[in-house]
Design a protein around this ligand. Structure first.
Ligand SMILES: [Zn+2]
Length: 247
């Protein structure tokens, strides 16, 4: 069944104020469509004993945190802070659209438990959150960095190697990010064992590297709250479109 109707009012290839207006209008439009669709879903689930409101549960994972700052960029930009900012904006956009949202973190903390190998423990905590039985999809938010020669900029979406839904989810988000910038159009990559949380994901999951902190243009964009809001909304739109395409 199609959970979402097409939101034809979305057009972000305009000047910044126009884009923000378009984003706001699109959010309202998609929220209205989503809420209508979810009412259908509730009636489809139906039955006196099971008439509870149902909406897909999206896990939003803000990468790194606490003692683990992740990548860094000019002017003191820290990946963990950008990840959290975009993740919180993504949370709000998804809730506006009618999704249920769970966060792995909403403050500047590491998710390790106990002592020992803290990074491994942190990743294990996130993986367990992804694999919770009630999670429908997971989006992990990160920033990239590149130390080699040449230019590397724009977003990169990775999908978990666990089936078609992760791939479709990643393609949907990639498409929405590519509407923001041509540099975001690079192809989806299937995660290998170096991307621990995706490699061990059982539920549909993607990881979005929103840009390269090593690139001056990307760093400038990521330091702008309005650009981060656009990225978060593009990811949310990609999530909504993925459900709309679901049968
Ligand atoms: Zn990262």
């Amino acid at each position: 069944m199609k959970l979402f109707k097409k939101a034809t009012c979305f057009n972000i290839s305009k000047s910044l104020p126009a884009r923000l207006t378009a984003c706001t209008l699109a959010a309202v439009c998609i929220a209205a469509c989503t809420l209508a669709a979810l009412k259908l879903s509730a009636s489809r689930v139906g039955g006196a004993a099971n008439a509870a409101y149902y909406a897909p549960l999206i896990l939003v994972d803000a990468g790194h945190g606490g003692e683990d700052g992740g990548a860094s960029g000019p002017g003191g930009l820290l990946e963990k802070e950008l990840n959290l900012d975009i993740a919180l904006r993504l949370r709000d956009a998804l809730r506006l659209m009618g999704f249920r949202v769970r966060m792995t973190r909403e403050t500047d903390v590491s998710l390790h438990t106990g002592e020992g190998k803290r990074k491994q423990s942190d990743l294990q905590t996130r993986t367990e959150a992804i694999n919770a039985a009630d999670v429908d999809l997971c989006v992990s938010v990160h920033q990239n960095s590149y130390a080699g020669k040449g230019v590397a900029r724009g977003a990169q979406v990775f999908c978990a190697p666990n089936g078609e839904r992760s791939r479709a989810f990643a393609e949907s988000v990639r498409g929405c990010l590519a509407e923001l910038r041509d540099e975001n159009a690079r192809g989806v990559k299937t995660a290998n064992s170096s991307v621990y949380i995706l490699y061990h994901a059982e539920n549909p999951a993607i990881l979005v590297e929103c840009g390269f902190l090593s690139d001056p243009l990307d760093a400038l964009l990521l330091s702008n709250p309005e650009s981060r809001a656009e990225i978060a909304f593009a990811i949310a739109k990609g999530v909504a479109e993925c459900f709309r395409a679901d049968d």
